[in-house]
Ligand binder design. Structure first.
Ligand SMILES: Nc1ncnc2c1ncn2[C@@H]1O[C@H](COP(=O)(O)OP(=O)(O)O)[C@@H](O)[C@H]1O
Ligand SMILES: Nc1ccn([C@H]2C[C@H](O)[C@@H](COP(=O)(O)OP(=O)(O)O)O2)c(=O)n1
Length: 203
């Protein structure tokens, strides 16, 4: 069984997926972490983030470890995870995620993973796992999302809100909800409330 949980930036996808996956006793996979890893490696190599030919050679050692408590991304023996949520990766990642060659590489990593699993991102229910039987799409207002992210970033809430809104705009193409996804406004809910809502639908 595959459960897809897509949604806009900072809507709670990773935290909710982790909770749902732990309740189900299956792994979850964060596709956004792979786009973030490509971005980090590109930045560290001084590569042009708009050029897939400069990025693809950097990816041969990259591997996603789908731990239920929190995914990790490795480049050979180096654990990249702690560096994937910086503001500079946030700023560059949408350029990388717009490249069809990089999307193909990410999709291949995800489709190689054995079910059952919970997959989260933008296009899990539309493109990567279109036949998944259970699809969810998380939303919340930009201000609510910025307030949540402000607990994890040094910038203030208005700056974070502006950056999130700009990233939503850049990610629009791949972020449409699947027609058969259940849309959940997480604004009025607690994190556990969102997890419980999804688990109730799965029962
Ligand atoms: N009702 C809620 N639903 C989802 N996440 C919430 C909620 N309330 C607070 N959060 C917090 O919002 C933050 C962003 O969630 P995260 O899982 O990183 O989002 P995403 O994967 O969509 O970027 C986390 O710190 C999470 O715990
Ligand atoms: N399936 C996916 C997952 C993420 N992306 C892109 C879009 C986002 O800007 C980045 C980072 O996504 P991630 O889910 O890690 O982070 P945010 O919730 O957006 O803060 O990757 C994508 O295009 N397709």
């Amino acid at each position: 069984m595959i459960v897809t949980i897509d949604g806009v930036a900072a809507s709670g996808k990773s935290s909710v997926s982790s909770g749902v996956a732990q309740a189900l006793g299956v792994p979850y996979v964060s596709s956004g972490l792979l786009y973030r890893a490509v971005t980090l490696l590109g930045l560290e190599a001084g590569a042009d983030l708009a050029q897939p030919g400069a990025l693809l050679p950097l990816l041969s050692g990259v591997r996603l470890e789908p731990l239920a408590s929190g995914n990790r991304v490795w480049n050979a023996v180096h654990d990249l995870t702690a560096d994937l949520h910086s503001t500079r990766v946030d700023t560059g990642v949408s350029v990388v995620a717009a490249l069809p060659e990089i999307r193909e590489w990410v999709d291949a990593q995800l489709r190689a993973l054995p079910a059952p699993l919970v997959a989260e991102g933008r296009d899990m229910g539309t493109n990567v796992f279109p036949h998944a039987p259970h699809k969810f799409y998380l939303t919340a207002s930009p201000r609510v999302r910025a307030e949540r992210r402000a607990r994890e970033r040094p910038e203030d809430i208005p700056a974070i809100e502006a950056a999130l809104t700009e990233r939503d705009r850049q990610d629009t193409t791949q972020s449409a909800p699947a027609p058969d996804a259940r849309i959940i406004d997480t604004g009025p809910l607690t994190l556990q409330g969102v997890i419980d809502t999804i688990l109730e639908h799965l029962r």
